[in-house]
Ligand binder design. Structure first.
Ligand SMILES: CC(C)(COP(=O)(O)OP(=O)(O)OC[C@H]1O[C@@H](n2cnc3c(N)ncnc32)[C@H](O)[C@@H]1OP(=O)(O)O)[C@@H](O)C(=O)NCCC(=O)NCCS
Length: 213
């Protein structure tokens, strides 16, 4: 182990879930600390994990950070805050994630329990792949995107940066010749079945998914 302390930004629901993931992944070898950026958010320990202010942290070779915020813009902002202050990110991948060696994962990305990633997949930096997602061949996922629980991505799909995908959404109909492309900053509503490419910044919903905003 190259580090012995993990800072988890955010002590809400997502933070508590990532703490559980980190305990599964690292056992007692790594001390967990929740981090908040405003003194108003300071609380007594949450589920036994101390909560500290970001401004109190001292960057260390022995510490890493991960950001437990589902909103891609918020996650990007907080990641920049940590990196600018000299902290180092780490991947958090549950021991029960199944993936081939043909999956590339960027720094700071989180992959939760029971997700499966097959082959020829590139996942960017600081992506969140929540519990029970499946990602098939020839898929890319851009930096800071979020896949909520139980999202299914079929083969030949390109998901951009900061895309938010609601729970139980699926992506189909991409092909090797014509991949399905989801533009940067798009929002995919929970339960959507995305059958066509999605423009940047669009919100799509429904089965099949249609543009709402
Ligand atoms: C899409 C979402 C983010 C809402 O975004 P929003 O910008 O607040 O959008 P609105 O609520 O104004 O809805 C816009 C339109 O999309 C529709 N819509 C929103 N969510 C929808 C859904 N899941 N399925 C079908 N239609 C949906 C609304 O009815 C509305 O349609 P209308 O314009 O025809 O009336 C939210 O509904 C959603 O699906 N969130 C996912 C939550 C989730 O999975 N969280 C995981 C936590 S781990």
């Amino acid at each position: 182990m190259l580090f012995n302390e993990l800072y988890i930004f955010g002590a809400g629901g997502s933070g508590r879930e990532l703490a559980w993931l980190a305990q599964k992944r690292f056992g007692r070898n790594v001390k967990l600390t929740f981090v908040v950026d405003k003194s108003d958010y300071l609380t007594p320990p949450v589920n036994g994990v101390e909560v500290k202010l970001f401004s109190e942290l001292v960057p260390s070779e022995l510490a890493r950070f991960v950001v437990a915020l589902g909103n891609p813009d918020d996650r990007q902002r907080i990641v920049s805050m940590f990196l600018d202050a000299g902290h180092q990110a780490v991947n958090l991948i549950h021991p029960r994630v199944e993936m081939s060696p043909l999956v590339h994962i960027g720094a700071g990305t989180v992959i939760c329990a029971n997700s499966v990633l097959t082959c020829n997949i590139a996942v960017g930096k600081h992506v969140q792949i929540n519990i029970g997602c499946t990602i098939n061949h020839d898929v890319t996922i851009g930096d800071f995107s979020t896949l909520s629980p139980a999202v299914n991505v079929a083969g030949n799909v390109r998901i951009g940066r900061r895309v938010f995908v609601g729970t139980n959404a699926c992506f189909i109909n991409g092909s090797a010749d014509t991949p399905l492309v989801v533009g940067d900053d798009a929002v995919i509503a929970a339960g959507a079945c995305v059958t066509h490419s999605v423009e940047a910044n669009a919100l799509v919903a429904g089965v099949p998914a249609v543009r709402k905003k």
